[in-house]
Design a protein around this ligand. Structure first.
Ligand SMILES: C[S@@+](CC[C@H](N)C(=O)[O-])C[C@H]1O[C@@H](n2cnc3c(N)ncnc32)[C@H](O)[C@@H]1O
Length: 243
């Protein structure tokens, strides 16, 4: 563990600076990433991923998992019947782990891992039947432009499903926030040794509009049939939309 891992995550004035910090942070936490995820969510992340993939209508699809990380959504897409999955991320260290995991569970050739930035994808217009992403939105520097890019690579009628943390509504809000602002950075920091990375996690929620506003931005980005479901007392949201 280096000294920098105890530092606070910086406040970002400049989008390019945020993108650079986010890349370096995810590259640092790759080794324990899956273990920390399971521990922080008490294993519930599996169920959230299953629901997200189901919402993207993957049966027979050519699907994109953008910001794939270590590939859990990509693997779930194959489990739920996708024909082929492209799994893309801008951190190559994440992709390397994903590739190894996929080789162990998916048939050879079912998932192709590629390096790519969600805001400028290396795919032609109308390539995919389904696009999914998990825990990507808070990390973006331009949410609307990225959603427009995801829409560009979808076929007409294709489905988008986005899984992320959201701002919990209602009476349980203080408890949800105590978990997310207190317990999550503590568990993540202790297991990974990288307290800055896991302090960034609750802070990054400030960069994401609430679930209703996010749905409105998806509509502004050109999607139709936008809807969302809230899970875990409103701390988790799955947004779905159609091109
Ligand atoms: C919290 S992880 C989530 C990984 C995975 N989707 C999951 O469900 O576990 C966020 C991932 O998003 C990636 N990411 C963030 N911004 C990105 C961007 N603009 N383009 C591509 N990948 C991005 C990071 O590199 C990281 O792997």
């Amino acid at each position: 563990m280096n000294r920098a891992s105890f530092d606070k995550p910086p406040l970002f004035d400049d989008p390019a600076e945020k993108a650079r910090w986010v890349r370096q942070m995810f590259a640092r936490i790759v080794p324990g990433y899956d273990r920390v995820n399971r521990a922080m969510t008490f294993g519930m992340d599996r169920r959230w991923r299953q629901a997200t993939v189901a919402a993207a209508n993957p049966r027979g699809a050519l699907a994109l998992d953008i910001a794939t990380g270590t590939g859990d959504l990509a693997i779930e897409l194959i489990r739920q019947g996708a024909r082929h999955v492209i799994a893309a991320d801008f951190v190559t260290e994440m992709i390397a782990v994903g590739r190894r995991k996929a080789a162990a569970v998916a048939s050879a050739g079912e998932i192709t891992f590629v390096a790519g930035d969600a805001i400028a994808l290396p795919f032609a217009d109308g390539t995919f039947d389904s696009v999914v992403n998990g825990f990507m939105l808070r990390n973006l520097t331009n949410l609307k432009a990225t959603l427009e890019e995801l829409r560009r690579v979808l076929k007409p009628g294709g489905r988008l499903a986005c899984l992320d943390v959201t701002h919990p509504p209602g009476a349980l809000r203080p408890f949800c926030l105590a978990y997310f602002n207190g317990l999550v950075p503590l568990i993540g920091g202790m297991l990974s040794g990288d307290f800055a990375a896991y302090r960034y996690l609750p802070r990054s929620l400030n960069d994401l509009p609430n679930a209703k506003r996010l749905a409105a931005i998806m509509s502004q980005a050109g999607f139709s049939d936008v809807s969302y479901q809230l899970l875990n007392f409103g701390l988790i949201a799955i947004h779905t939309a159609r091109k």
